[in-house]
Ligand binder design. Structure first.
Ligand SMILES: Cc1cc2nc3c(=O)[nH]c(=O)nc-3n(C[C@H](O)[C@H](O)[C@H](O)COP(=O)(O)OP(=O)(O)OC[C@H]3O[C@@H](n4cnc5c(N)ncnc54)[C@H](O)[C@@H]3O)c2cc1C
Length: 299
């Protein structure tokens, strides 16, 4: 709870926002949609910086890059022409998984940056973003190897997997996420999202997002991410490396076996370690074979 809130700021510029966040005292954090922060904020948070007026609520295509502002809501992702569920191509898994995050009231407020900062083991949206090769752009970074900072040092682009692994360290530096961006997939790239949950409407226990292109049975830009088998969603790097530019039908089973040997999920009341591991295998298979079938149909 924001019980000890003493300051509310709504800056109009990024530099001011970052200066507020970098203060040693009072402890200041970013306010996105507030759906997590208002209920769960640490007790020592005394000031918030609302990013609503920073112009970070747009989805823009720039060359080969899709740039999603940090304050874009989950619902805006669902409604975007580029990302909506059922949109042709590969990016529809972003809209589909944004929809799977929560009900409409929360989706209307919760932001994409908030989802990344609070991502739990099986976040559908973060799993899909990983499979889309997303990167996180932060403002207010410092190059620690230099005494005097250059203007370019203010910005840092971090692969999403790296951000998730070190998010507390990154955020402790008083930075602000300004956008999530990713390459626009080639038109022949397809994607698929699969999940298992206690009921069809429940949050997933294990989920998988796969994305790749396939020509003459050979896969390219092969990406698979899994939620629910580690503290945060992860990419299956071994499988990706093992299948890239190979014939799927010949290599899939053996490469999947090799990848699964490296997975050791923790178990909990929702699913034992063995259950999570088996579900990951089943869902990866379903997602990948679905993408392959779509790719074959399109040619
Ligand atoms: C009823 C309910 C159901 C929910 N269901 C789910 C669920 O199913 N799955 C799930 O994952 N979450 C769930 N949540 C948690 C939360 O709503 C989401 O994680 C949401 O994405 C958080 O986004 P937000 O914009 O509201 O973040 P906020 O609450 O504003 O902030 C969350 C954290 O992110 C930081 N932050 C936000 N924006 C930035 C930024 N631009 N730069 C740096 N730091 C930033 C904040 O400082 C804070 O630490 C639920 C919450 C509620 C209330």
């Amino acid at each position: 709870m924001l019980l000890n809130l003493k300051e509310y700021h709504r800056p109009k510029g990024l530099v001011e926002a970052v200066e507020l966040l970098k203060r040693k005292e009072p402890r200041t954090v970013v306010l996105g949609g507030g759906t997590w922060l208002v209920g769960e904020a640490p007790r020592d948070v005394e000031a918030v910086v609302d990013i609503a007026d920073l112009g970070l609520n747009r989805i823009v295509v720039e060359g080969n890059l899709l740039r999603i502002g940090a304050a874009v809501t989950h619902q805006k992702l669902v409604e975007s022409e580029l990302l909506a569920p059922n949109t042709p191509g590969a990016l529809h898994i972003i809209g589909e998984t944004a929809q799977a995050m929560s009900g409409l009231n929360i989706r209307n407020r919760a932001t994409i940056a908030g989802a990344i900062v609070t991502a739990d083991a099986a976040s559908p949206l973060v799993t899909a973003l990983l499979a889309c090769d997303a990167e996180v752009v932060v403002a207010g970074a410092r190059d620690k190897s230099k005494e005097v900072q250059e203007p370019g040092d203010f910005w840092k682009v971090i692969p999403l997997a790296g951000f998730l692994a070190y998010r507390q360290q990154v955020l402790n530096e008083g930075v602000l996420i300004t956008e999530v961006r990713m390459p626009i997939p080639s038109p022949d790239t397809r994607s698929n999202y699969r999940r298992v949950a206690r009921t069809p409407k429940d949050y997933p226990i294990v989920c998988v997002a796969a994305s790749f292109a396939m020509k003459d049975g050979i896969v390219g830009n092969f990406r698979v991410a899994v939620g629910g088998i580690a503290p945060v969603p992860i990419r299956l790097n071994r499988l990706e490396f093992g299948l890239e530019k190979k014939r799927l039908a010949e290599w899939f089973e053996s490469e999947l076996d090799a990848q699964m040997q490296m997975i050791d999920p923790p178990g909990d009341w929702l699913g034992s370690a063995a259950y999570r591991k088996e579900m990951a295998r089943v869902l990866v298979k379903r997602a990948v074979l679905s993408v392959a079938a779509d790719a074959r149909q399109a040619t």
